[in-house]
Design a protein around this ligand. Structure first.
Ligand SMILES: NC(=O)c1ccc[n+]([C@@H]2O[C@H](COP(=O)([O-])OP(=O)(O)OC[C@H]3O[C@@H](n4cnc5c(N)ncnc54)[C@H](O)[C@@H]3O)[C@@H](O)[C@H]2O)c1
Length: 319
C-alpha cells in the first residue's frame, strides 16, 4: 500500500478537492473523469480488488488527478488529505460475484470503510456521498434482507445505516439501481454486462419473466452523483432508469441490437424483489435530475464497447 501523497495531491488548486474512494471502479472511474472535466481536483483511492487501473489510465497525466493505491479499511489510507471539500464513497465491491468471492472484505469495506470515510469527511468539514443500493429501503421481502442473508445487498444496507446514524458530517446517501454501460466487465456477474456479452457471443439468455428492474445508464448515474455532491440533501436519493423494464425486455433489446443471441424466459422465482422501483419524482424534487438516456441508446454504446474487448466469435463457432 502506498500511503504517501503524490506531488500532484499536494499541488495547489483553489476549487473543490474531491476524494473518490473506489475511484477505479465502474462508477468511480466515470465520476473521476466527470469531476476533472468540470475543473475539480480529484484524489482516487482504491485497493484494486475489483477495480481496473486501465479505467483511469487516460486520467493519470491530468494535473489535478492523483491515484492512491490503498485499502480504505486500513489506517493511513486517508493520510495527508488536509484540504478536501467532498468525499464520494464508492469503495465496495459492486458485483454480486465479487461479494460472493470476498464476503469478509466486502463486509469490512461496507462497515469499517464507510466509517473511515465518514470520519475523514467529518474531520475536514467535507460533504460526503455514500453509495447504498436499491434493496436498502427496509422492506424485509427484498433480496438480501430476508432468507440467506445475501452479502451484496446487506453491505449496501450496512453502509446506508452507518451513514444515516453517523451524525456530525454533511452526509448524502444515494441508491443507484441497475447501472449499466461501457467498462462494466462481462465476467463479473452483473446482469446487464452478462446479458450483453451473451448476446454478442450468440448465446442463449435465460431470464426470469417477472424480474422487473430499473436499468440506469452510467452517464446518467454520474450526473446524479455529481448533483448529489453539489447538494446539501441527505436523501436517500434513488438513481434509476427512465422506465422499469423486465430483464426479458432488456435481453430482447440487447439481442435485437447485437443481431445475435436469443432469449429463453424462465418462470418466476419464489422471491420477487419489491424494491426495484425508484422514486424518481423525489430525486427530481431534490436534485433536479432525471435519467435521460433511453435504453436502446445506452445499450448501443455498451455493446459497441463490449465488442472491442470480447474475443471474436466467428459464425462457425455457434455450436
Ligand atoms: N453498479 C451498480 O449498479 C450499483 C448499484 C447499487 C449500488 N452500487 C454501489 O456503488 C459502489 C460502487 O459500485 P461499482 O459498480 O463501481 O463497483 P466496483 O466493484 O466496480 O467498484 C468498487 C471499487 O472499490 C474498490 N474497493 C473495494 N474495496 C475497497 C477497499 N476496501 N479499499 C479501497 N478500494 C476498495 C474496488 O477495487 C473497485 O475499484 C458500491 O458500493 C456498490 O455497492 C453500485
Amino acid at each position: 500500500m502506498n500511503d504517501r501523497p503524490s506531488t500532484k495531491e499536494e499541488s495547489s488548486h483553489t476549487g473543490n478537492h474531491i476524494v473518490v474512494t473506489g475511484g477505479v471502479g465502474f462508477l468511480g472511474s466515470y465520476l473521476c473523469r466527470a469531476l476533472l472535466e468540470r475543473g475539480d481536483r480529484v484524489t482516487a483511492i482504491d485497493n484494486l480488488s475489483t477495480g481496473r487501473r486501465a479505467r483511469v489510465e487516460n486520467l493519470t497525466a491530468h494535473p489535478h488527478f492523483a491515484l492512491r493505491i490503498a485499502d480504505v479499511t486500513t489506517p493511513g489510507a486517508f493520510a495527508d488529505l488536509a484540504t478536501i471539500t467532498h468525499v464520494a464513497h464508492l469503495a465496495c465491491p459492486g458485483s454480486p460475484k465479487a461479494t460472493v468471492r470476498r464476503p469478509i472484505d466486502t463486509l469490512r469495506a461496507a462497515s469499517t470503510g464507510t466509517l473511515a470515510a465518514l470520519d475523514l469527511a467529518a474531520s475536514r468539514g467535507a460533504r460526503i456521498v455514500v453509495a447504498s443500493g436499491p434493496d436498502s429501503n427496509g422492506d424485509p421481502r427484498n433480496t438480501g434482507l430476508a432468507g440467506d442473508c445475501h452479502v451484496h445487498a446487506l453491505c449496501a444496507r450496512i453502509a446506508e445505516v452507518i451513514a444515516r446514524h453517523y451524525g456530525g458530517a454533511d452526509v448524502g446517501i444515494v441508491r443507484p439501481f441497475e447501472v449499466y454501460g461501457p467498462h462494466q466487465w462481462p465476467g463479473d456477474g452483473r446482469i446487464a454486462a452478462t446479458i450483453c456479452s451473451a448476446a454478442l457471443r450468440d448465446q442463449t439468455l435465460q431470464v426470469i419473466d417477472s424480474d422487473v428492474r430499473s436499468f440506469v445508464y452510467i452517464a446518467d448515474t454520474v450526473d446524479a452523483l455529481v448533483a448529489m455532491l453539489d447538494s446539501t440533501t441527505t436523501g436517500p436519493v434513488d438513481i434509476g432508469g427512465p422506465a422499469a423494464v423486465t430483464t426479458a425486455e432488456f435481453a430482447h433489446t440487447a439481442t435485437a441490437l447485437a443481431g445475435s443471441g436469443w432469449v429463453e424466459v424462465a418462470p418466476a422465482d419464489l422471491i420477487v424483489p419489491t424494491a426495484h422501483s425508484p422514486n424518481l419524482d423525489r430525486t427530481h424534487a431534490v436534485l433536479g435530475w432525471r435519467p435521460s438516456t433511453p435504453l436502446d441508446n445506452g445499450l448501443r454504446h455498451t455493446l459497441d464497447w463490449m465488442r472491442t474487448i470480447l474475443p471474436p466469435y466467428p459464425p462457425w463457432d455457434r455450436g
